[in-house]
Design a protein around this ligand. Sequence first.
Ligand code: ADP
Length: 303
Amino acid sequence: SMTVIGSLNMDIVNRVEKAPLPGQTIKAIETSYIPGGKGANQAVAAARAGAKVEMIGAVGVDAYGEILLENLRSSGVGTGGVLVKQDISTGLAFITVDGLGENRIIISPGANGALDPKDIDEAGKLLDEPDLIILQNEIPYPTLAYVFEYFAAKGKYIIYNPAPAFVPPENIYHMVNLLILNETEAAVLTGVKTESIEEVHSAGKILVAQGCREIIVTLGAKGLFYMSSEGTTMYQPAFKVKALDTTAAGDTFVGAYAAAIAEGKPLQAALHFASAASALTVTRKGAQTSIPQRAEINAFLAQ
Ligand code: ADP
């Protein structure tokens, strides 16, 4: 089984013609409430792809928290490790999408920002020992560092998606089995420009030198680049689809890839499976609303 430790957010999405200027008030064309948060998205993606998944995280005592928990359960994610925190609100993401499809996002971390190391111990006791751990950067860094030490010491397989990107204050890469990141995140982490495949390759070498055993750099519509410390490098193109909304593409990739390796798919097939899952995600609107089920992924691969 696998455990995702990370954020849960309610995404409040306002579709507008033009984003408001300072001092301006405008009307939204449409407002939607969509379950999101990188942690929860990846947990849902893995569960829908067929994995046995538990989530560790936190919500507040409010209606959003209840909706997010119910949504995880209905996707097959275990919520025994999601704490309900008093006196703090559930994480929220305020998203404005303008007529050109450009996003402006404000994250209010709420309970995600209050997840601390003792919560991990508390939640961890409720769960079976997972084989595989998935982490992102939407929880406080001290908690993340604690989780790395805790699970690396137990020899667990750690997948780290360093999003949103920042340079960690100490080297945590030696505890990473698999780093999955996009081009922007690779650039932030290494200081290398990542516009060409050669540049992505150079960034990959830096991360391997820092201790990562395997790296996948996702390249949006261009596909992905894979590198291992054993010297394998590989490029795989993306599936050709009509992109409608790329929200949660990266999260779907992470969850689906984890599900694929957990069931023993070999490297190439696992990469293919995750690319198919995320290609389906970009053809649909929203975060968790767009993440495909295993049967849809297999049907897409069979066509
Ligand atoms: P993020 O959402 O983190 O920025 P990417 O944009 O790199 O991540 O997308 C992750 C994966 O989703 C890609 O490796 C690719 O497989 C798939 N993907 C993203 N955009 C498209 C697209 N326009 N067409 C097909 N696949 C896509």
